[in-house]
Design a protein around this ligand. Structure first.
Ligand code: NOJ
Length: 730
């Protein structure tokens, strides 16, 4: 049950009141924490604020040795990159049996899109526009993790990402604020469930707080310099959605914001997160990001960096050993108040209590549960189902897709056609290549006897073999290490010779179906014009080949929609649909307007775009009333019909433009959507709602709210739709 927390309001008017007291808050636990705090030594407190990696996995630049000794001396409260029920039980035993107070360890890991059963990368999953699917995959990932000794995932990553050069776009929900909020909420609910005391659930972590996705030039870890307005309108809302869904932890980001690194940024970590939003969980840094305030140039040494972090509001130091080395001394010298340390420790212990670890520290370390819950048939089946919903059909000339399993000679080629490892994508947890169904295997299983799949790995040979084929399927794209952390690219075309090969294959005159694997939007106009069909597959995970065969052979009609704009060339970046109009909007007949000499302003594929094996038609939107007051709900109704001959799913998207504001407003912003499954020939009336909050933003004076006037409402199948109606807010 939730109770309203006393509202604390900062200087700015807020879009929402402070967080409601989350389900995991428990007054009884607080009393037990009080007594524990009263007997803990300062070193033991600092230990709770310290997180070290085990030596199992490498997710950052340094490995600290000797962490097992630190556990036994009570100087370490949390471990990441250690997993499996048995291994973590052994570590837990050291904490519980060998230390004075027996405070259990907390085990974290980057479970981003699956633990062992790997789901599509989060960007792909966002392309499903299916919040239930995102919640389900997080739930399964959480259950597998919980069975493997883990308590805490460093997910969801809720960074808005508008620069496809940045490799980490694969980890989030893409460019859009609204879709980002929906996915953030779904993923938090999936990992945490309704009840953290249930040992099938784990703590989630909203990361990276904040604005990491705005790294200049798309280069990872680079400077961020955005206005407070952009921070609040664009980058913060998915974090707020995660918080409202009850997220237990936040992770700071590596970047600076207005000259202050996020890990030392009191404005973010205290004024916004605590004072304005009322967050009651704990804040962990990113990997050595306290130490990195030295090269950032805001601290002369580690002690100073640690001071900045703790005073900004950091509760737990990931891998930096800065609190470990300096914090106790700083408390003793009076530089840091004991009350501040107590508060941080309280927030961390709160989560250990919430998970039930004080009642049974081994409740996540059951090897039988582990063997029964990981990579089950049901989990694989869910991975297959969700993967096929993530695919986006970008092009389908002559309705070449779906292929018919009963006839024809299919030539399969391309470097990713039979690569198990690449299908997992970056951040694949404990996902294993050997578990993966590749495109080749999936197609071979699907065709049966009626058709023939001729797999020719070498592209040159494939060009020769094309003569004997009816259709060519090319599995192309990036390998899995080309996106994710520290994987920015300056050129976002298809790597290597792949584009030339696709053109050569197309030149044989045979239809070419491109299946694209990638962790970011690519700029590939050459491939686009050469290919007959393009299926965007992202990195689909363990069940890649089955899911792809389901779609390629028409057992599943693709319904995914792009969560990020696909540019024509890297020179257009950043390019996203909700840009501003400018004072000189593009006019092809007027030189002095906002455009390029050598490139169109239009993307290759817009946000929200995706084809189907059927066609959909949208009627004109209508409104119950053309005006609304601030307390009204506007209902926008549209008729959608499946005008083709097969069943399919469309995503009805509603965008809003505030025509005149006290500050400039985006040309349109997504504010609602609905996935609608329609049988062939079926029509449906869809109603979407808008409230004042959907029309609100940070106004000229930085208060949050709406402004009366005219709004354009666009309803259709992607961000370019001109199907519109106007609404007046009184
Ligand atoms: C650094 C990454 O930025 C973060 O997302 C991740 O959770 C940590 N490393 C731990 O691996």
């Amino acid at each position: 049950m939730t109770r309203l927390l006393t509202i604390c309001i900062g200087l700015l008017a807020l879009p929402l009141a402070a967080q409601q007291v989350p389900d995991w808050y428990n007054a009884g636990h607080e009393r037990r924490i009080d007594s524990l705090l009263s007997i803990m030594t300062l070193e033991e407190k600092v230990g709770q604020m310290t997180l070290f990696t085990s030596d199992w996995d490498v997710t950052g630049p340094t490995i600290r040795e000797g962490y097992q000794d630190d556990i036994k001396t009570g100087r370490l409260g949390a471990i990441f990159n250690a997993h499996t029920a048995g291994y973590n039980r052994d570590l837990q035993r050291m904490a519980v049996e060998d230390t004075r107070l027996g405070i259990p360890l907390l085990f974290g890991y980057d479970v981003i899109h699956g633990y062992r059963t790997i789901f599509p990368i989060p960007l792909g999953e966002a392309a499903s526009w299916n919040a239930e699917a995102a919640e389900e995959s997080a739930r399964i990932a959480g259950r597998e993790s919980a069975a493997a000794g883990l308590h805490w995932t460093f997910a969801p990553m809720v960074d808005i990402a508008r620069d496809p050069r940045w490799g980490r776009v694969m980890e989030g929900a893409g460019e859009d604020v609204y879709l980002g909020k929906v996915m953030a909420e779904a993923r938090v609910k999936g990992f945490q469930g309704d009840d953290l005391t249930d040992p099938l659930t784990i703590l989630a972590c909203a990361k990276h707080f904040a604005a990491y996705g705005a790294a200049q030039a798309g280069r990872d870890y680079h400077t961020v310099d955005i206005s407070e307005r952009v921070l609040r309108d664009i980058y913060l809302p998915p974090f707020r959605a995660a918080l409202d869904a009850g997220v237990a932890t936040f992770m700071t980001s590596f970047n600076e914001l207005d000259g202050v690194p996020a890990t030392g940024n009191k404005h973010l970590l205290t004024e916004i997160l605590r004072d304005q939003w009322g967050f009651m969980g704990f804040v962990v840094t990113d990997y050595t990001s306290i130490n990195e305030m030295i090269p950032h140039g805001v601290a002369a040494d580690e002690a100073e960096a640690g001071l900045l972090a703790v005073q900004a509001g950091v509760d737990m130091d990931m891998q930096g050993a800065v609190f470990y080395d300096h914090l106790a001394e700083q408390v003793e010298s009076g530089e840091v108040a004991m009350s501040q340390v107590n508060e941080a420790v309280r927030r961390i212990l709160r989560m250990k209590y919430a998970l039930g670890l004080f009642d049974d520290p081994y409740r996540y370390s059951d090897t039988t549960r582990q063997s029964q819950n990981i990579l089950t048939d049901a989990n694989r089946e869910a991975a297959r189902r969700i993967a096929r919903e993530s695919f986006v059909l970008l092009k389908n000339d002559d309705n070449i897709l779906p292929l018919s399993p009963g006839s024809g000679r299919i030539l399969l080629t391309g470097q990713l056609a039979d690569s198990q490892e690449d299908m997992l994508g970056a951040w694949h947890g404990d996902g294993r290549a050997a578990d993966v169904i590749t495109l080749l295997t999936g197609m071979e299983e699907a065709v049966g006897d009626g058709a023939q799949v001729n797999y020719v790995p070498d592209m040159q040979e494939a060009i020769r073999a094309a003569r004997r084929a009816d259709v060519i399927v090319v599995a192309t794209g990036e390998d899995w290490e080309m996106s994710g952390e520290a994987a920015s690219r300056a050129d976002i075309g298809l790597p290597g010779e792949q584009e030339a090969m696709i053109r050569a294959l197309a030149a044989t005159g045979k239809p070419v179906v491109v299946v694209l694997f990638n962790g970011r939007p690519l700029a590939f106009p050459g491939v686009d014009s050469a290919a007959t069909a393009i299926l965007e597959a992202w990195f689909p995970g363990t069940e890649a080949g089955h899911a792809l065969a389901d779609v390629l052979f028409g057992d599943h009609n693709p319904g995914g929609r792009l969560p990020m704009t696909f540019p024509r060339s890297v020179g257009q970046v950043p390019i996203f649909y909700s840009m501003k109009n400018t004072g000189r909007p593009m006019d092809p007949n007027n030189k002095y307007t906002s455009k390029y000499l050598d490139e169109s302003n239009d993307p290759l594929y817009p946000f929200g775009y995706g084809l189907s094996y059927t066609t959909f038609e949208y009627g004109a939107p209508s409104l119950e009333a053309g005006t609304m007051t601030r307390n009204d709900t506007a209902r926008v109704t549209v008729e959608v019909s499946n005008t083709g001959s097969v069943d399919g799913t469309t995503v009805v998207q509603l965008y809003v433009q505030d025509v005149v504001g006290s500050v400039t407003r985006p040309v349109r912003e997504l504010k609602a959507f609905r996935r609608v499954a329609l049988a062939a020939g079926e029509g449906q009336t869809v109603t979407l709602e808008l409230t004042e909050d959907d029309l609100s933003f940070y106004r000229r004076d930085m208060t949050y709210g709406s402004e009366p006037g005219k709004f354009m409402i666009y309803v259709g199948g992607d961000a370019r739709t001109s199907n519109s109606i106007s609404l007046t807010l009184e």
